[in-house]
Design a protein around this ligand. Structure first.
Ligand code: ZN
Length: 233
């Protein structure tokens, strides 16, 4: 007799599933670190592939095929689909954010040509706030000089080719993991560096447009944000 609905039915179903049902045995196929959405933090995980077997009285008798793979959190033991691995760990995410601000600062400084003290101070403060605690104005100035020596041969200013690639490399992987305010905040930090020594130059506008595009901010919003950054809040 098949179990029906209601409390008696559920009890019967539970009894039945103890007698027979599908059991899955998991085999580790890899490990690493991920952000666990279950217990909310960077954790170790094991990647498991499963083998399903039909079991009678708890004893697996018939293979029912492969299942998974799943990701098991070492801390809370919850299982997740492997798509959880698409999300960066908090450590990785902070590093991406820090690199993004650093690259944007360099691109804007390089686009401005000779770096004024005010631009360097604004840039260094932004980079320190993003996580490079010991970033100094002198370090940034030296990097910009090295970039200019390296990329100055491109026509159309130092930002034209080399830095556009750098910007995309730093920002493209980050953009999908940031909500709109987070992406806008990175662009605004770049805008404030550009504005520290006066109005935007065409090269600074170009660099900021590249930043906006890499952050998947549409060009209308880039224009709006660049105008908003000019108005001191
Ligand atoms: Zn967990």
């Amino acid at each position: 007799m098949l179990p029906g609905r209601g409390p008696n039915g559920r009890a019967a179903a539970a009894r039945l599933s103890r007698l027979m049902g599908t059991r899955t045995t998991w085999t580790p196929v890899g490990d690493g670190e991920f952000f666990c959405p279950g217990c909310g933090g960077d954790r170790n995980y094991q990647r498991l592939s499963g083998q399903r077997r039909f079991a009678l009285l708890g004893v697996p008798v018939l293979p029912r095929g492969a299942t998974g793979p799943v990701v098991e959190c070492a801390a809370c033991r919850h299982h997740f689909g492997t798509d959880v691995l698409d999300h960066p760990t908090t450590t990785r995410f902070s590093a991406m954010l820090r690199d993004a601000v650093h690259t944007v600062a360099l691109a804007v400084l390089a686009a401005g040509g000779t770096c004024s003290r005010a631009s360097l101070e604004t840039a260094a403060a932004a980079v320190r706030a993003a996580g490079f605690d010991d970033c100094t104005e002198e370090q940034l100035a030296a990097l910009v000089e090295a970039l200019e020596a390296d990329t100055g041969r491109f026509t159309g200013g130092p930002c034209a080719a080399g830095l556009a690639i750098e910007l995309h490399e730093a920002l493209d992987p980050l953009a999908p993991h940031l909500a709109a305010p987070g992406r806008e905040s990175i662009l605004l930090q770049g805008a404030r560096i550009a504005l520290a020594d006066g109005p935007y130059t065409p090269a600074e506008r170009d660099a900021l447009a590249t930043v906006g595009a890499a952050l998947t901010i549409c060009s209308d919003d880039v224009t709006r944000l660049l105008a908003a950054a000019r108005t001191p809040s």
